[in-house]
Design a protein around this ligand. Structure first.
Ligand SMILES: Cc1cc2nc3c(=O)[nH]c(=O)nc-3n(C[C@H](O)[C@H](O)[C@H](O)COP(=O)(O)O)c2cc1C
Length: 379
């Protein structure tokens, strides 16, 4: 337990838990702490089917009253943009998720399924019958280059026709119903990071001239129609959304991220959904943290439900964010990936395992996945 004043953090009474370890009522869910496991793609779901090794991975990270958000999980066959990522549009996938969800529940965890469509972050090879990926636009995403080497190539997408959009909304609704059928406590709609929904939200990508493009209201329409459809299907208190208005991932940036974030936060109030989960402005680029003056506070203030912040948090920063009421819950990605017992380590202020970036997305069912050590006393 902390007793010292560390960088402005308040002195803790020995009996008093750190802010991150205080309970929180998240709608119908009683959380015992504020440390949430981030959605993280691990590319170990062979042929789009969640595998038995995911049971161990998620249950290792489950705690009584702790919230876990699953890796991005596909809403339909056209969602694919990566190998070995799970889906939730077939009966087989639903059945494969069930024991994984049960294992998290057996430890008292609360488990939300993140539902995603990659849109144009795909290529012909991933699509049924080699067709073009769908998007808000027909502008192609530039190839991803790392250290001068092309690591991913994308095909020119096909701009969805206005009359096709209700079908895509419906796919999200069916996927959400499937997630509930699999036993998940709720779903998170992935509206962040340059994937399909973000391709509608951001004006650097969305060049439509119909009612889904142009004004802020029009660009947010697709996301809000999904929220409305899913909320009507499974109930608003089982629904959250993830947004990253400030991020510039996968060619998806906005010329006025403050206005976009604020518009979404206010518009979401109408639906009474459980939470709004937002990626910190400092995470402008994938996996890199930049200090910046932008803030999530206006969104936090505008949104009437529960607020969740993600991106670049450590123990101290997370404690401060909760203590200063900048957020209700704090999401941890890489630290949770490498520390299956992260809440226990934060409680004890114990040293952390370092994450190994090179095994984030490798397909091995154990290495870099379920072999990160627990604290000795906690093994
Ligand atoms: C291996 C890995 C996979 C990720 N996959 C997803 C994903 O499926 N969905 C998503 O919304 N974000 C994904 N992210 C982003 C994380 O949820 C999180 O926002 C990011 O890692 C920043 O938080 P951190 O600094 O605590 O790691 C991923 C991050 C990592 C490291």
């Amino acid at each position: 337990m902390d007793k010292k004043v560390v960088n402005g953090q308040k002195e803790q009474h020995p009996q008093q838990p750190i802010p991150l370890l205080t309970p929180y009522k998240l709608g119908p869910f009683q959380l015992s702490h504020r440390i949430v496991m981030a959605p993280m793609t691990r590319q170990r779901s062979y042929n789009d089917i969640p595998q038995p090794h995911a049971l161990l991975y998620y249950s290792q990270r489950a705690t009584k009253g702790g919230l876990i958000i699953s890796e991005a999980t596909g809403s339909s066959e056209t969602w694919r943009g990566y190998v070995h990522t799970p889906g939730i549009w077939t009966k087989e996938q639903v059945e494969a998720w069930k024991p994984i969800v049960d294992a998290v529940h057996a430890k008292g965890g609360i488990f939300f399924c993140q539902i995603c469509h990659t849109g144009r972050v795909s290529n012909y090879g991933f699509q049924p019958n080699g067709q073009a990926p769908i998007s808000s636009t027909d502008k192609k995403l530039a190839a991803q280059v790392r250290n001068g080497v092309v690591v991913a190539e994308f095909s020119p997408p096909r701009r969805l026709r206005t009359e096709e959009i209700p079908d895509i909304v419906n796919e999200f609704k069916l996927a959400a119903l499937n997630a509930i059928e699999a036993g998940f406590d709720g779903v998170e709609i992935h509206g962040a990071h340059g994937y399909l929904i973000d391709q509608f939200l951001k004006d650097s990508v969305n060049d439509r001239t119909d009612e889904y493009g142009g004004s802020l209201e029009n660009r947010c329409r697709f996301a809000l129609e999904i929220i409305e459809a899913v909320s009507n299907a499974i109930g608003p208190q089982r629904l959250g959304i993830r947004l990253s208005p400030f991020a510039n991932y996968l060619g998806s940036a906005d010329s006025n991220p403050e206005a976009l974030g604020l518009y979404m936060a206010e518009a979401l109030n109408k639906y009474g959904i459980l939470y709004c989960h937002v990626v910190e402005p400092r995470m402008k680029l994938i996996g890199e943290k930049f200090e910046c003056s932008d803030s999530l506070l206006p969104m936090r203030k505008a949104f009437k439900g529960n607020f969740i912040s993600a991106g670049g948090y450590d123990r101290e920063d997370g404690n401060n964010a909760v203590a200063e009421n900048r957020t209700d819950l704090v999401v941890y990605g890489r630290l949770f990936l490498a520390n299956p017992d992260l809440p226990k380590r934060f409680e004890l202020n114990a040293p952390l395992n370092q994450y190994k970036r090179e095994t984030f997305y490798t397909s091995d069912p154990v290495v870099g996945y379920t072999d990160y050590p627990f604290l000795e006393s906690n093994a």
